[in-house]
Design a binder for this molecule. Structure first.
Ligand code: GUN
Ligand code: FE
Length: 422
């Protein structure tokens, strides 16, 4: 058993923070939270306590949608909308991951910077390349951080340098899954890039693969108006974009993440709710690629699960705190645009999306309730706390103004995570 003392804040529900000023958390030998306490319980009297003083102790961040092989393009090339952006900047960059030395150089930086920014659980797109994808998984394993890695399936409308066949996508995903057998923190996720990149034959095979091994699925959905119009042409029999996945067993038959959903409504919204398909909200990306503003309040009202994603390099920053900030701000534009009909997000709601709601895709992750994996960050915000703010204001200030410099310790599944080697 390990005991930590700090100013503890987390969101058991979206409505409010649970705050323990100078509180205690007990973590058992399996890395799970035993409980949080205002006072040290009698049974732990005399036990060793690690005291973090006036620092903040919060659940670690979860990034449910990010493209690891786009890391070099972070913060550049945002002068185009999605489809020309993919062809001009993204596909050529991803094509480079055939070269394992290049992949290693970039993936090491990527995993290191996730660590720096306090993200302990990541669901990542890799590329079509099996060796580089395996390497990415191994870097997470070595770091002790949790991840689901997607070997990408794409066999139409991309360059030859970034295309695989249906057989290769299935075989290489299976190989990645087998490589990660018994790995408690890192696993494989079935990853058709998006409908325009995958023939019906590939979609069908990947749906079968997901069901055969009960593997989770990730893809993109209703991100951009031109993309949606294109999917209508490619899949004329589908009732909506989401239905094009559903028809191939890729829409909630196994746990499923769909990034963006800027224009999801009506039938598509109903299908997501019915099939418990996650929306992964990527507000930095949606701004940069001029895609649109996802109706997050509607999703929450309807009970559709929602998580947050950095979507590098559509998104420009790995920090999920930054993503939270954009989610809050976009929800306010949506509020103004809807003349107040769609209430904007509160800080506790945004924090809950980043922690407990996103974490749920990994199991009991993202909270300090009993039985949850102890994924945590210790934040030393002394430099930001210039006039003794309240604890909720300290956290709000950190979300808006903080960065990796204030994160002084990181834990994943109960273990302290050291800085990964670049
Ligand atoms: N849709 C298909 N591929 C991508 C990608 O790499 N990034 C984003 N934002 N959307 C996509
Ligand atoms: Fe994406």
């Amino acid at each position: 058993m390990k005991l930590y003392r700090a100013n503890i804040m987390f969101t058991p529900s979206p409505e409010a923070f649970q705050v323990l000023e100078g509180g205690y958390v007990a973590v058992n030998d399996n890395g799970l939270v035993e409980g949080v306490y205002e006072q040290l319980p009698a049974e732990y009297k005399g036990a060793e306590v690690t005291d973090f003083g006036d620092k903040l102790l919060i659940p670690a961040m979860n990034d449910l949608h990010v493209h690891a092989p786009q890391y070099r393009n972070q913060g550049i090339a945002m002068d185009l909308e999605l489809l020309p952006w993919l062809n001009t900047y993204t596909f050529p960059e991803e094509s480079k991951y055939k070269d394992l030395a290049y992949a290693e150089k970039m993936y090491r930086r990527f995993v290191h910077d996730l660590w720096a920014n306090g993200t302990m659980r990541t669901v990542a797109f890799a590329t079509i390349h099996p060796e580089a994808s395996k390497l990415l998984a191994d870097l997470f394993t070595t770091a002790g951080m949790s991840a689901m890695i997607g070997l990408v399936g794409m066999n139409r409308n991309g360059p030859d340098t970034l295309s695989n066949t249906t057989e290769e996508a299935v075989r290489d995903t299976e190989a990645l899954m087998n490589h990660l057998k018994g790995n408690k923190l890192v696993s494989a996720i079935v990853t058709p890039r998006f409908v325009p990149s995958c023939t019906p034959d590939m979609l069908k095979a990947l749906g079968e693969l997901a069901r055969k091994y009960n593997l989770p699925v990730q893809s993109h959905l209703s991100e951009n108006r031109s993309e949606i119009a294109w999917v209508k042409e490619l899949e004329p029999e589908s009732t909506c974009y989401g239905d094009a996945y559903r028809r191939y067993g890729l829409f909630g038959d196994t746990p499923t993440l769909m990034a963006h959903c800027c224009y999801t409504e009506g039938e598509e919204l109903r299908l997501m709710k019915e099939n418990h398909v996650y929306v992964v909200h990527c507000p930095t990306s949606n701004c940069n690629l001029a895609s649109g503003m996802a109706p997050i309040r509607t999703f929450l009202n309807e009970g559709v699960p929602v998580a947050l994603g950095s979507d590098i390099s559509g998104g420009h920053h790995l920090s999920i705190f930054r993503v939270m900030q954009y989610a809050l701000q976009i929800s306010k534009l949506k509020y103004a645009e809807s003349k107040g009909a769609l209430k904007f997000l509160t800080l506790s709601e945004a924090f809950w999306l980043a922690t407990k709601s996103g974490g749920a895709f990994f199991g009991k992750v993202g909270s300090f309730e009993k039985g949850y994996a102890f994924d945590a960050l210790v934040i030393d915000d002394a430099d930001l706390n210039i006039d003794n703010y309240s604890l909720p204001h300290r956290l709000e200030r950190y979300v808006y103004l903080g960065d990796d410099r204030q994160i002084v310790k990181r834990f994943c599944a109960g273990k302290e995570i050291a800085e990964p080697k670049i």
